[in-house]
Ligand binder design. Structure first.
Ligand code: GDP
Ligand code: MG
Length: 139
């Protein structure tokens, strides 16, 4: 059975959206098999976001992702990676499709040059990414 990694980002945890978000994935046929609450370190985030570490937004992303408690979850199911991405919605909550998590619960905070995209969840984009991320967050 395929597995994927979801992270409830600090905004989702702070808003108390964990149950609502988990239900969205469960209604799409996915099953939660592992769950871990933690505060992410800069070192782990640099590995998790290795594709983005050189980008201009990375410092604010790292600051945001380590600003509070997160919840890492492994979901399992048929086409778990693609299914979870569909339920999650586009990266920018303003552009996320209706009914997706990022559309229903997301918002956008713009503060001068400290632009933070508060899009509630991370979802692995490919099977390879899911395998790498599950190893990183769950060992
Ligand atoms: P995702 O797979 O949909 O989460 O999107 P990406 O892998 O492209 O980006 C990873 C994360 O970096 C996103 O979820 C956002 O939190 C953040 N991010 C991506 N692009 C931007 C951007 O243009 N500006 C800002 N501020 N954050 C971004
Ligand atoms: Mg991504």
């Amino acid at each position: 059975m395929e597995k994927t990694l979801i992270i409830l980002k600090p905004d989702a945890v702070a808003k108390g959206l964990e149950n609502d978000i988990v239900q969205k994935y469960e209604k799409a046929g996915l099953r939660m098999i592992r769950r871990e609450e933690l505060v992410a370190t800069a070192a782990t985030l640099k590995q998790h976001y290795s594709a983005h570490v050189q980008k201009g937004f990375y410092p604010s992303l790292e600051k945001f992702m380590s600003s509070g408690k997160i919840v890492a979850i492994i979901f399992e199911g048929n086409n778990a990676v693609a299914t979870a991405r569909k339920v999650t919605g586009s990266t920018d909550p303003m552009k996320a499709e209706k009914g997706t998590i990022r559309n229903e619960f997301g918002d956008m905070k713009l503060a001068d040059d400290d632009r933070i995209m508060k899009n509630l969840v991370h979802a692995s984009a490919t099977k390879e990414e899911a395998e790498k991320e599950i190893k990183l967050w769950f060992g």
